[in-house]
Design a binder for this molecule. Structure first.
Ligand SMILES: O=P(O)(O)OC[C@H]1O[C@](O)(CO)[C@@H](O)[C@@H]1O
Length: 666
């Protein structure tokens, strides 16, 4: 219903947090501060499509008011009445003060806000080694104490005694509460901290336009009978794609245009990972890896002036610019532009690459890179995979020869061991990722903790029929394997499929690959053919697998699918109906790799002990993840494993690819 919504509210909150962590320098200090911020902002956002995500200030929870000029992104106020309010004049950024309910405050048109903050912080930091500047914190200036377990990055407290304190258990993040003196608090190893927060926030939001559920605007508090987190426009016929809820939230549109949580999706959620924290892994991917990739592709082909200009423009944009709509010539059919519009382009165009969900930004980068090289044509470069030379080089590498030759020895092993070896080959094959190698020079260090941080392989095997039982006795068993990288990952994936077919543990396999080159080495149909040829040409046991797969492809027991959603910048919770039906029909769906994992659980700052089964409850059938850890998101760890990883001193255990997991939801 088009309309006007006015919201007002006041929230009071008190948070007391404390923590102790251990190792290394000693700093002591007490800071007291009082900040009063008053902001008035007005801005105008023009959107097409009229989608409005209403505010969801839950009962008893504070919410954020952000007086930004112009663009207003997500506010995610903390659980337990912390609040977020950052009156940045200029580029608006997301506040992620703590885990908790997310609230989208996007299409705000006029925002008035008043925040009073009172803070007391005291702390003790112990450091060994490293460089310590004892003269800061200076008298009269507050500084931040952050009782984080694990990595402690930059704190930049505000001028005039503002203070930042964000006791996240898990990965610490930068606080950039305001411009002002920065102070590096990095290699702290022992941190004791106590934080008291007292907050009062009041604000009002006025919105015009869009579709607003009339029963939801709360006064002071949201009404408990107002569970609708977003409003949908009509479904786009034939695509199955949902329109309406903020892209990447995991919400979906029901057929009537109302928003529903995906069935069984846990109501508790966590902040979406963004790339806006200098020094963080996602930021490094956007700020360093992407420009490096553009340069690499630029040097690898004899592109003409037009392509070179496009690559240079992408180089300038991807590190410092904003997301731009797809140009008209990027997609002669127009279909892809429509898809990207549904996948969030309208909401994100004009925003910094760093301020949109990291998954979205990263995925979109690859789409732009293909535009720049002329992949979508028309022209001589149409359909030329810019990553193919690297993929082929990997297939031809001596390491691949060695791995294929080792297959000959596998036949000696009992079936169970062979099955395990092939599963692990496929799992660890995920480390062979060309994009990842661009920046991961430190990977390879084995830590004190078991490399496999979760192992549900027994549960995986229990989903498949026992070897030797035929489909006549128990109905056909179908494996959906959602592949990840080509080359040295795809080869062991194919070997696993071939083995399971040979053992009679699956009768059919559907191999999902990407419709176009993506994340450097992700497998496309062409890469499947290259891998198959490589197997057949290798001789020995490898060739036998290659021939078995060849036959299975020709008789339909193995099929290859390249669904457009495989290159969508969204979580699987937003998958369209036809893909959902595919997964629903499978006996089990195995998702390979890091990117698929991010999309499966949602690319969010979950506490690592969050139940994998809960966050994947929306998935339409039994699902397994085989992944080496190459980005921050992780779920399903037991508390002991998490503690051991944090205590291990391997600061990059989430991102270095040294650890892996096999997780299953039956
Ligand atoms: O090939 P994979 O395992 O999906 O890994 C790709 C991953 O690599 C990264 O680009 C970083 O290593 C992540 O952003 C992404 O999730």
């Amino acid at each position: 219903m088009p309309g006007l919504i006015v919201r007002r509210g006041v929230a009071l909150g008190l948070t007391v947090r404390n923590g102790v962590a251990s190792r290394l320098t000693v700093r002591r200090g007490v800071a007291r501060g009082l900040t009063v911020r008053i902001g008035v902002a007005s801005g105008l956002t023009v959107r097409r499509g009229g989608r409005v995500s209403p505010d969801r200030p839950a009962r008893g929870r504070a919410w954020a008011v952000r007086p930004d000029w112009g663009r207003v992104p997500l506010d995610r106020p903390a659980r337990g009445c912390a609040w977020a309010d950052r009156p940045e004049w200029g580029r608006a950024r997301a506040d992620r003060l703590a885990r908790g309910r997310a609230r989208a405050d996007r299409p705000a048109r006029v925002v008035l806000g008043l925040t009073v903050r009172i803070g007391v912080a005291s702390g003790l930091t112990v450091r060994r080694g490293g460089r310590v500047s004892p003269d800061r914190p200076a008298r009269g200036r507050a500084w931040a104490v952050r009782p984080d377990w694990g990595r402690v990055p930059l704190d930049r407290p505000a001028r005039g005694c503002a203070w930042a304190d964000r006791p996240e258990w898990g990965r610490a993040r930068a606080d950039r509460l305001a411009r002002g003196r920065a102070r590096a608090d990095r290699p702290a190893r022992v941190v004791l901290g106590l934080t008291v927060r007292i907050g009062v926030a009041s604000g009002s939001t006025v919105r015009r336009g869009g579709r607003v559920p009339p029963d939801c605007p709360a006064r002071g508090r949201a009404r408990p009978d107002c569970p609708v987190p977003g409003v949908c426009s009509a479904r786009s016929p034939g695509t199955g794609d949902a329109l309406g809820p903020p892209p990447g939230t995991g919400d979906a549109c029901g057929p009537t245009g109302t928003v529903t949580r995906m069935a069984d999706t846990p109501s508790v959620t966590a902040p979406v990972i963004l790339g806006d924290e200098p020094g963080s892994f996602p930021h490094g991917v956007l700020a360093e890896r992407h420009p490096a990739l553009v340069r690499q592709v630029r040097d690898a082909f004899p592109f003409g002036p037009e392509r070179l200009r496009a690559l240079d423009a992408l180089l300038a944009s991807c590190a410092d610019g904003v997301v731009e709509p797809l140009p008209a010539d990027a997609d002669p059919t127009g279909r892809d532009r429509d898809r990207w519009a549904r996948w969030g382009m309208d909401a994100y165009a004009g925003r910094s690459w760093y301020d949109v969900p990291w998954l979205w930004a990263e995925s979109h980068f690859y789409r732009r890179l293909l535009d720049a090289v002329g992949y979508f044509g028309p022209g001589a470069w149409q359909g030329v995979d810019p990553f193919r030379p690297a993929k082929l080089a990997e297939l031809d590498a001596p390491e691949t020869d060695e791995e294929l030759a080792a297959l000959d020895g596998l036949d000696e092993l009992p079936t169970e061991e062979r099955t395990r070896a092939l599963l692990h080959g496929s799992l660890w094959g995920n480390r062979a990722d060309l994009g990842f190698r661009l920046s991961d020079r430190g990977a390879g260090t084995e830590g004190a903790v078991e490399a496999l941080v979760a192992d549900d392989s027994d549960a995986l095997w229990s989903l498949l029929p026992a070897p030797g039982t035929g489909p006549a006795e128990r109905g056909p068993a179908t494996l959906c394997l959602v592949a990840d990288n080509a080359g040295r990952e795809l080869v062991p994936d194919l070997l696993l499929v071939s083995h399971l077919l040979a053992e009679g543990r699956v009768d059919r396999a559907v191999l999902h690959v990407k419709p176009y080159p993506y994340y450097v080495s992700d497998a496309t149909p062409t890469d499947v053919l290259d891998a198959l040829r490589r197997l057949v040409a290798a001789g020995g046991a490898a060739a036998a697998h290659g021939e078995r797969l060849w036959t299975a492809l020709t008789d339909g027991r193995v099929t290859v699918r390249a669904h457009p959603f495989s290159c969508a910048p969204l979580p699987y919770a937003d998958m369209p109906d036809d893909l959902r039906a595919d997964f629903a029909a499978a006996t089990v769906t195995v998702l390979k790799g890091d990117l698929n994992y991010r999309r499966l659980v949602g690319d969010r700052w979950w506490p690592p002990t969050t139940s994998f089964a809960r966050v994947t409850a929306y998935f339409p059938g039994p699902v397994a993840a085989l992944r080496t850890l190459k980005s921050d998101v992780v779920t399903g760890l037991d508390a002991k494993t998490e503690a051991a990883l944090d205590a291990s001193g391997e600061r990059r255990w989430r991102t270095s690819g040294t650890h892996a997991l096999i997780q299953v939801r039956s």
